[in-house]
Design a protein around this ligand. Structure first.
Ligand SMILES: *Cc1c(COP(=O)(O)O)cnc(C)c1O
Length: 448
């Protein structure tokens, strides 16, 4: 991008200066619309989400058999929703900022099979692909018990087909594990940010892992090119896939039941705020879309990104979506939050979610490590750095400098508010890696 173009963008959006100088920013989306208006323009609908939900139900007997850890939940891949009152107190003390309402953590870190939010969308798209192939070839009808897929007959059938994906790590992990279990040949194109243990784990499951020295966008591009030359290969396109998005969106109806079980109300007098770590956008976008369908104007969704990788915020703020990358404006896309190390956001997600989204903010790597340590100390829950990006959201929102609450007439309702931090990953991180993260958090904390 030319210097003169960047200057013009800065003039139009002064916050861009703060973004470029890597300061933490909080951006309120001026293009949010009432739910009823926004949904009319949406390329995806409630029916699409319902279809995904019913498909996952059809696969539950298979999942239960193939992944015994899902026995308790009858083959439904879901995570706990827990209250974190000690963390709330600690945040209030650390940041000298009252948080109005209750704080909950959605533990997608503890989703079965792959221990991150990618166990929603990633697994869903592979299952959908398997179902289409089996239906097309007369191997299966939709009324059958899908546990028959857990057999040599089906593994042999699926071995004629392949699945490919580009990833910073966790998407590759989810897709590699489920594809290999079904019997597909599977190739994961990993960006330079991907952790060694994720590559090792996949290789141990006979997944082909191709490594790149470049970032996520390059790994996706290469994967897409290689898959295009192969008729029997399905490429899971993290930048454009509607199926991934819908797989994530199913989270909302499940969450709604969990909120009821905890006797948490969401209505006009009881606003719900949700904070979602954002990489390319599919995970947080899909979840936020599902939540808006469920709770409409009573839910307020915010995306959180590292200060070094604010691709979605950049795309939304400038209106350029996927036509601009963080590197275009001189930001390096180098962050400890490997799951969020994306320089160019999904244009599909940005445009789809824009009228529904309340805002975005950025958080420094240092902050992520401190929050990681603080959550462990107060609630004994371990998350990976990426998954902590949501945690600072309520502090930033409740800060009087943020005019969102005023603008939406929420001041009076804030004592009835619920804040959900979406904890997007962490339970599969090996012990030694975990110790390093905690050590970094401790060192930073002792300096403050
Ligand atoms: C992938 C990922 C995200 C963000 O999902 P996107 O679809 O890339 O936006 C957040 N947290 C973790 C831990 C992830 O792995």
């Amino acid at each position: 991008m030319k210097e003169i173009e960047i200057q013009a963008l800065k003039n139009e959006h002064p916050l861009l200066n703060n973004l470029i100088s890597l300061q933490e920013v909080f951006w309120v989306n001026p293009n949010i619309e009432q739910f009823q208006t926004a949904i009319k323009k949406s390329p995806l609908t409630q029916e699409d989400v319902k279809d995904a939900e019913v498909r996952l139900q059809r696969f539950a007997p298979y999942i239960k058999k193939a992944f015994p850890e899902t026995e308790k939940s009858d083959g439904i891949i879901e995570s706990p929703l827990v209250k974190i009152p000690s963390m709330k107190k600690s945040l209030e003390r650390t940041y000298d900022q009252q948080i109005f309402g209750e704080l909950l953590l959605k533990c997608d870190s503890h989703l079965p099979i792959s221990g991150s939010i990618k166990a929603r969308g990633g697994i869903y798209e592979v299952l959908k692909t398997a179902e289409s192939l089996a239906l097309q070839h007369g191997m299966l009808t939709i009324d059958e018990d899908y546990s028959i897929l857990h057999s040599d007959k089906f593994r042999h059938f699926f071995s004629q087909f392949s699945i490919a994906v580009g990833s910073t790590g966790n998407l590759g992990l989810s897709i590699g594990i489920i594809s290999a279990q079904l019997g597909f040949k599977v190739t994961v194109h990993m960006s330079a940010d991907a952790k060694q243990w994720k590559k090792d784990l996949l290789r141990s499951k006979q997944v082909e892992v191709i490594e790149y020295e470049a970032d996520y966008s390059k790994a996706v591009e290469e994967g897409r090119l290689q898959a295009a030359n192969n008729q029997t290969c399905h490429f899971i396109d993290d930048e454009n896939s509607h199926d991934l998005f819908l797989g994530y969106a199913v989270a909302a109806s499940r969450l709604s039941k969990q909120l009821e079980a905890l006797q948490v109300k969401v209505d006009q007098e009881h606003p719900l705020f949700v904070y979602l770590p954002c990489g390319v956008g599919g995970g947080p976008g899909g979840v936020a879309f599902g939540l808006k369908l469920m709770f409409q104007d009573n839910v307020h969704c915010f995306f959180a990104e590292p200060t070094h990788s604010p691709c979605m915020l950049l795309g939304l703020m400038t209106g350029l979506h996927d036509q601009i990358s963080v590197q275009d404006v001189g930001i390096d896309n180098i962050t400890a939050a490997d799951g969020l190390a994306v320089g160019r956001a999904s244009g599909f997600v940005g445009k789809t979610i824009e009228p529904f989204l309340s805002g975005n903010y950025t958080v420094s790597d240092e902050q992520l490590y401190l929050l990681l340590k603080e959550l462990l100390d107060t609630e004994n829950i371990f998350l990976e750095p990426s998954a902590l990006a949501g945690m600072i959201g309520p502090v930033k929102l409740c800060n009087e400098n943020t005019d969102y609450i005023l603008k939406h007439n929420l001041t009076e309702k804030m004592q009835n508010a619920t804040h959900i931090i979406w904890g997007t990953g962490g339970s599969m991180v090996p012990k030694e890696e975990m110790e390093l993260y905690i050590q970094t958090g401790s060192t930073l904390a002792s300096r403050n």
